[in-house]
Design a protein around this ligand. Structure first.
Ligand code: FAD
Length: 420
């Protein structure tokens, strides 16, 4: 949606993965648009559904039920958020409304509240459209899903692209004039705004389940087991409305992401038809494009690792993606965290120029963390190498060697062309 708003994707219809007609023709599934599930009777296996056009209600029985009600964008309860020009971005309709406002009201100054992945993507979209952009963040750093050192680099990218970062600031209210947004009230004063995007997170849509007595879990999401079963018989839940578990800590977590929703959805469907696969959980892998950079994370950050009882050790590598003799290289910064006692890899974070393909290194790390590898094992993984793709010893292996040496108490020196 941020890419549709900026014009990278021209037609919003291209964002629709599958039309109702295709569901019908390819899978024999009837999609009822403009219908809302109102209530659920888990004893009688029935759902009450309202047709939003006619207002008519009907009761549908089920043998198995999958709840995939998703999440909704959170709007802080402050004054003025009803003003025209104030938006959240969750549904396709939100992006269409934002795009219309951009062309009809031709705003000059955008304020983005929240510096998570959606806020970051929208910075780029608004800048691409020529708007002045200020980003307001409650935390003392941008992109709070990464550590401070990584966030500092992201902030550098944002500022070099003309984004003003206002950190440690809370949105206290919206100033409006004649129903149109005029500014955002912060702790430090009012900043003028012609359009405001509030991107401060989402909340699970779990009331349908909760009202029917289905047990909720972490952050109010529907509690599920590793086969997506809820506490009610024959009722499953998947995606943003459901909990999952953290692969590294075993704890129940709520990490709403599209990558997870798809996997949980498939697994739930299998389980509903007797399949025995189980969902292993998640490790917080996420990636976001920030102008001409990529930033991402997987596994535990230092603070999470400490909280989970590990003794985390971190190493940082800043390196070129290719040898100097081959064109097209980019620099990347990779931070790797391991447990001091066992050497087990706990997590990694990257930030790098787009052409460095830092996301490839992040995914390598995601697999290593997921498999419970140690830094020692990681340094010898047989990764593909040829000059157009990487250095002879690729960045994750360099970081793993450094980590291994650090854990062993030996000295290791590295340069940008591989391990020395
Ligand atoms: C701007 C943006 C960028 C994103 N980028 C990424 C990304 O790069 N990578 C990533 O992994 N994730 C990303 N996400 C998150 C991703 O979109 C969600 O995790 C994913 O859509 C969750 O899918 P879902 O099916 O669980 O829920 P949803 O997509 O929220 O779908 C739930 C549906 O249920 C409907 N519904 C709710 N209640 C009822 C009811 N009572 N009756 C009938 N229907 C109901 C809703 O209207 C909605 O259509 C992004 C999200 C946004 C907003």
């Amino acid at each position: 949606m941020p890419y549709y708003i900026s014009g990278v994707t021209a037609d919003h219809n291209d964002l629709v993965a599958r039309q109702p007609k295709e569901f019908k023709e390819q899978n024999g599934i009837d999609v009822k648009r403009r219908h809302r599930a109102l209530s659920l009777d888990t004893a009688d296996h029935e759902v009450v559904i309202a047709d939003l056009e006619s207002g008519r209600e009907s009761v549908v029985g089920y043998s198995k039920l999958l709840l995939t009600t998703g999440a909704s964008a959170f709007m802080p309860p402050v004054e003025g958020t009803e003003a025209e020009g104030v938006y959240t971005l969750r549904r396709l309709s939100d992006s269409i409304r934002i795009k219309r406002f951009l062309s009809s009201a031709t705003p000059r100054r955008a304020v983005i509240v929240g510096s998570g992945p959606i806020g970051i993507e929208m910075c780029e979209s608004f800048r691409r459209l020529g708007l002045e952009v200020s980003m307001v963040e409650l935390a003392g750093q941008v992109l709070p899903i990464v550590d401070e050192d990584v966030a500092g680099r992201v902030q550098g990218v944002l500022e070099s692209e003309g984004v003003k970062c206002l950190l440690g600031q809370q949105m206290l209210g919206i100033r409006e004039d004649g129903g149109l947004v005029r500014g955002v009230e912060l702790d430090s004063g009012v900043i003028p705004a012609d359009i405001v995007l509030v991107a401060v997170g989402v909340r699970p849509l779990s009331s349908l389940a909760a009202d029917a007595g289905v047990e909720l879990g972490e952050r109010g999401a529907i509690k599920v087991d590793s086969q997506m079963r809820t506490s009610a018989p024959d009722v499953y839940a998947a995606g943003d409305c459901a909990t999952t578990s953290d692969i590294l800590t075993g704890e129940q977590v709520w990490m709403p992401l599209g990558s997870t929703a798809r996997k949980q959805g498939r697994l739930a469907a299998e389980a509903m038809f007797g399949g025995e696969s189980t969902f292993p959980g998640v490790q917080g892998t996420a990636v976001v494009k920030c102008f001409d950079h990529t930033v991402g994370r997987t596994g535990l950050d230092e603070a999470q690792a400490k909280k989970a009882g590990f003794d985390p050790v971190a190493v940082q590598v800043e390196a070129e993606s290719l040898h100097s003799y081959y064109p097209g290289r980019g620099t990347m910064y990779l931070k790797m965290t391991s447990d001091r006692e066992t050497g087990r890899l706990l997590g990694a974070q990257v930030v790098g120029e787009l052409r460095s393909m830092a996301e490839k290194r992040l995914d390598i790390m995601a697999v290593a963390v997921s498999c419970g590898m140690s830094a020692d094992e990681m340094q010898y993984v047989d990764l593909a190498y040829a000059p157009p793709y990487s250095t002879a010893v690729d960045v994750p292996a360099i970081a793993a060697s450094l980590m291994h040496s650090r854990l062993q108490g030996t000295v290791c020196r590295c340069d940008t062309s591989g391990l020395d």
